[in-house]
Write a protein that binds this ligand. Sequence first.
Ligand code: C5P
Length: 227
Amino acid sequence: MEKITIAIDGFSSTGKSTVAKQLAKELGYVYVDTGAMYRAVTLFAMRKSYIDDDGFDKEGLVNDLSQIRLRFVFNPEAGFAEMYLNDENVEKEIRQMEVSRFVSQVAAVPQVREILVAQQQEMGREKGIVMDGRDIGTVVFPDAELKIFMTASAEERAQRRFKELQERGEEVTYAAVLENVQQRDELDTTRKDSPLVKAEDAIEIDNSHLTLAGQFEKILELYEGTK
Ligand code: C5P
């Protein structure tokens, strides 16, 4: 059967990646988490002290962008691909709250987006891909055959994220996570370059009250509908 391109966009912590991974597995497609790429560039910027609480040296980062090599490497034990920054596995580090605090500022830099979008388009050249992010249905693959836009209330999303971070042993408060979710929503939807918006032809799924299984079933149905 002919393979298609599936774009899954939406706000942070809507469970996009969980459902996208599951879908890719079911269909035998490649899964790409574009948030991981923006996170890895952010980690690079943090390590070089281009970004911290005192400010952001965008020019410094932009001048160094050619030094960044991103790769996804499949980990058979985990069952998904992990993010490598210049040959170092940074999968765990990029998920930390520290990185979440700065990622939306880095993702708003047009030169960063230009490079990452080009890499994403290359990854999806042969279709058979499920890609999740913020601008997949609008900018990366405007011709994707299936576009999903996931939403849920900020409180619900913060609750999920808080639980996840706690399970990983990070010391955070629910209030700090909620604040981060709201700040990222604001930055992601108001930035000049490729703001987070629902593509006109995307199907919106509010999963505030949906179980994972219910949500997956719904998306699978939509996929069946594209045939
Ligand atoms: O998906 P995740 O929450 O890991 O993404 C982290 C951040 O990366 C987002 O808050 C957003 O600022 C940025 N991002 C983006 N475009 C994408 C994917 C992520 O701007 N396609």
